[in-house]
Design a protein around this ligand. Structure first.
Ligand SMILES: [Zn+2]
Length: 110
C-alpha cells in the first residue's frame, strides 16, 4: 500500500469539517423549516414566511460553508467539478464530492 499524500489527509479533514459545519446545519435548517411549514400551513400563519426564509438560507449556508471549508489545501481554491478535458467547470456553484486531484493545481486529494 502506497503512503497517502499529506494533501489528501488534509483534504479529508477539510471534508469532515465541511460535513459538520456545512451539510449538517443545512439539513437541520431544512428539517426545521419543513416542520414550521407543516405547523403553520393549515391556519395560513405568518410563521410560513419564517419557514421559507429558513429553507432559503439553508442553501446560502451551504454555499458559504463550501467556499470556506471545501478548498484545496495547496492552492486554497474551492474544489469544483471538472469538464471532460480536466479543466475546471465554469458553472457558478458546484462541488466535486469525490475529487482525485485538484482541478486547478493538480494536487492529489485522494
Ligand atoms: Zn489546488
Amino acid at each position: 500500500m502506497e503512503p497517502v499524500p499529506a494533501t489528501a489527509i488534509e483534504f479529508a479533514r477539510r471534508k469532515r469539517t465541511f460535513a459538520w459545519r456545512g451539510i449538517l446545519p443545512m439539513l437541520l435548517l431544512i428539517l426545521l423549516g419543513c416542520v414550521l411549514m407543516v405547523w403553520g400551513l393549515p391556519h395560513n400563519d405568518p410563521v410560513i414566511v419564517l419557514a421559507n426564509m429558513m429553507i432559503f438560507f439553508a442553501g446560502t449556508w451551504l454555499v458559504i460553508a463550501a467556499k470556506r471549508y471545501y478548498r484545496c489545501p495547496v492552492c486554497e481554491k474551492m474544489v469544483v467539478p471538472t469538464k471532460k478535458d480536466g479543466t475546471p467547470s465554469e458553472i457558478s456553484f458546484g462541488i466535486d464530492f469525490k475529487p482525485e486531484v485538484c482541478p486547478y493545481c493538480k494536487a492529489v486529494l485522494r
